[in-house]
Design a protein around this ligand. Structure first.
Ligand code: NDP
Length: 288
């Protein structure tokens, strides 16, 4: 028989997780602060728990997906005495430090802890592109890897419980960076009277083409070989004022890009003008 799972937190994401476990044939118990949200899942075969203690008592695997890790502590503290021997898979968004704190807290109550970072929207869960980063107790991951497979890919990134959140945020930081660029590109098009749809295809094609450089960039970072035949920091320094002026000529704020300009200027001042953009992460990394 497939392992039983209790899902606590049935927002947009938690509901998708519970539905995916049900679809994969797991016995699923559900709990949500606002009890009405259990309805659709009960209709799909889930067992509703009357309270957190009921959900904790129903399965050896607890999957949590609340708004914040403070919420997670808030619901688990009162039942801490019942966690011994259970596995907590906390898929709530949080910092690496919070992941490590919760792991220590769970260990203090005899529970195994995995922290997770969901790389999917609720609609993508169980689909081909969805996956979750997990970190923490390796034996717990090994035991439940198949169960987690119901949600999509399961990528274990290490024993340090903070690791999954670190990977999650690294990807989100990349995404938000792209979002900041996209937002300004559309603002520029709009200010110039170009319909957004005319920009959409070239922008998407360009970003896809640029994303292909990521692997080479990683190699440059790991080997420390920053000399480039792609595009030097000196030439980027020369071109960046044109980018900023193009924005400001249309009345669009340039402040999101000014720190980039300062960073490139600093790199060139420090003698890295012939290097590629891969020099920049080094300048952002604190010396240890
Ligand atoms: P929702 O706002 O849809 O759901 C939030 C859930 O948290 C609800 O079940 C809510 O209960 C519960 N909750 C909030 N505060 C408390 C509390 N004090 N005590 C008990 N329960 C509480 O959010 P999502 O489902 O979208 O997100 C959940 C987590 O998943 C977040 O950490 C989010 O960052 C993460 N995530 C979401 C993604 C997405 O695309 N949606 C993608 C990747 C990660 P109630 O129904 O009673 O309000």
């Amino acid at each position: 028989a497939k392992p039983a799972v209790s899902v606590l937190g049935l927002g947009m994401m938690g509901s998708a997780l519970a539905a995916a476990f049900l679809k994969a044939g797991h016995p699923v118990t559900v709990w949500n602060r606002t009890a009405a949200k259990t309805g659709p899942l009960v209709a799909q075969g889930a067992e509703p728990a009357a309270d957190v203690a009921g959900a904790v008592g129903a399965s050896e695997l607890l999957v949590l997906c609340l708004t914040t890790n403070d919420n997670v502590r808030g619901i688990l503290e009162p039942v801490a005495g019942s966690l011994r021997g259970l596995t907590i898979a906390n898929l709530t968004n949080g910092t690496p430090a919070q992941g490590r704190e919760l792991a220590a807290w769970a260990a203090g109550h005899g529970a195994r802890y995995l922290d997770g970072g969901i790389m999917a929207s609720p609609q993508m869960i169980a689909g081909p592109d969805a996956y979750v980063f997990y970190s923490g107790d390796p034996k717990a991951f090994e035991e439940y890897e198949g169960t987690f497979g119901a949600l999509g890919g399961a990528r274990y990134v290490g024993e340090d419980a903070g690791r999954a959140a670190l990977y999650d945020f690294a990807l989100l930081i990349g995404m938000y960076g792209m979002g900041i660029g996209t937002m300004h590109a559309f603002a520029l098009a709009k200010a110039a009277g170009i319909p957004a749809k005319d920009l959409a295809d070239p922008l998407r094609e360009w970003l896809n083409a640029m994303a292909l450089f990521i692997t080479d960039e990683a190699e440059a970072l790991d080997t420390g070989e920053h000399l480039t035949d792609v595009s030097s920091l000196a030439v980027n320094q020369a071109a960046l004022p044109n980018l900023l002026n193009t924005l400001s000529d249309e009345g669009i704020p340039t402040e999101f890009f000014q720190p980039l300009e300062r960073l490139i200027n600093r790199a060139v001042e420090e003698g890295y003008g012939a290097d590629g953009l891969t020099r920049l992460p080094d300048l952002l990394t604190p010396r240890r």
